[in-house]
Design a protein around this ligand. Structure first.
Ligand SMILES: *Cc1c(COP(=O)(O)O)cnc(C)c1O
Length: 386
């Protein structure tokens, strides 16, 4: 089976992890801050906090922004459930904004319309999570302008987008957001097995997230309610979690980051080759906005159902049967039973529904060679003609 995504682990990666295994610190040592510094520098952000997953990063990002009961978090329905679950973790309510038919990202016009109505009803969101689907950055300038106008805060879920650029600047610099989150799950662009990171330029948000990732405990006397009782002393001043990243994960991340540019470059080569191999087929290939340089975590095609006799599901099943591990990113979140029970109606999200009926993620990862890619195309050709 050719999977839709997979990690690449080199001898250097293995050596870096083994070195940590034989060192004094398996957690809370020097590798995590080094990894944070490397990512912060690559992304032009002031602060970076490594955690054990992007899900954890989204959770502490929302808490740092004071999201809580009675508040609303809005995001796109076409994302992984973590993009909205973070709102529910905080006791907030969640709502969705339909997608743009070309980028498949949250549509700024739909957002503007929904905000206008929410303002009338007094139900404006406190946080909007902008997800850079496939690695293509959202229209952040437009979302940021709406944030200024309606007073919401912005979290970029850039789980797909480390190495992406927006208006010639790296995603992660938080120019148009409060916090940006990356995932280092093995299918993503750079991996630490499990892992995530939250970036921000705001020192207050950075300090809050640092506290929340480790039980809400501080050893900083200036943050305590009274002078330390002694050298052993620490205080828990908030309710935090154990969301820490280990030294082994950070060492793997440091080693992987040295290949970030090469990885994204290779993904672009694969995408260009897909674009040309698919040119005469009844599918829509990914459209790239001129303002963006995608990290290309995913390569999503859409079936031209008006031109083919087979169903989306049949194409999918045929590809899987032929050993091509295609996937669908994503089932619109409002369709998940946990969310459907909140009363969402699919007809409120026509673009997300159309997307869900047509989208297929083809295999995309640096180790996908030309022969494998040719197998994917041959299998797709067969699937479309069956
Ligand atoms: C993978 C992913 C997440 C969750 O990442 P984890 O590191 O597995 O917690 C969140 N949002 C999006 C868009 C993702 O693709």
């Amino acid at each position: 089976m050719i999977p839709y995504g997979r990690q690449e682990i080199t001898q250097e990666d293995v050596d870096a992890v083994v070195e940590v295994l034989r060192s004094d610190f398996l957690t809370q040592g020097p590798a995590v801050p080094r990894f944070e510094q490397i990512v912060a520098e690559a992304c032009d952000a002031r602060h970076a906090l490594a955690v054990n997953s992007a899900t954890s990063a989204l959770h502490i990002a929302c808490l740092a922004l004071d999201l809580g009961a009675g508040d609303w978090l809005w995001t796109t329905p076409v994302s992984f459930v973590a993009s909205s679950n973070c709102g529910l973790y905080c006791g907030a309510s969640v709502d969705f904004v339909d997608i743009d038919p070309r980028t498949y990202n949250l549509c700024p016009e739909a957002l503007a319309r929904k905000l206008e109505q929410a303002a009338r009803e007094g139900k404006l969101p406190k946080v909007v999570v902008a997800v850079h689907l496939s690695g293509q950055p959202c229209d952040m300038k437009a979302i940021h302008a709406l944030g200024q106008r309606y007073g919401f805060r912005i979290v970029e879920d850039a789980s797909h987008a480390i190495g992406s650029r927006y208006l010639d600047e790296p995603v992660g610099n938080c120019r148009y957001s409060d916090i940006t989150v990356f995932s280092f799950h093995p299918v993503k662009i750079v991996t630490t097995a499990e892992g995530g990171m939250a970036l921000t330029n705001d020192v207050v948000l950075a300090e809050r997230m640092a506290l929340l990732r480790s039980h809400g405990i501080t050893r900083e006397p200036s943050r305590m309610t009274h002078a330390p009782d002694g050298p052993w002393y620490y205080q828990q001043i908030a309710l935090g979690f154990n969301y820490r990243m280990t030294e082994l994960q950070a060492a793997l991340g440091i080693s992987q980051m040295s290949r970030l540019t090469a990885y994204v470059g290779r993904r672009h080569e694969i995408a260009r080759r897909y674009d040309s191999l698919l040119a005469d087929m009844p599918v829509v290939t990914p459209w790239q906005h001129a303002d963006t340089y995608s990290g290309l975590h995913l390569y999503v095609i859409r079936l031209r159902r008006d031109l083919i006799d087979v169903s989306h599901r049949e194409v999918f099943e045929s590809l899987r049967k032929q050993g091509i591990g295609v996937n669908l990113h994503y089932i619109p979140i409002y369709r998940q039973p946990h969310y459907a029970a909140m009363g969402f109606r699919p007809e409120d999200f026509p673009e997300a529904e159309r997307y869900y009926a047509e989208a297929i993620s083809l295999p995309m990862y640096p180790g996908l060679d030309d022969a494998m890619q040719d197998r994917v195309i041959a299998a797709l050709r067969k699937a479309l003609q069956e």
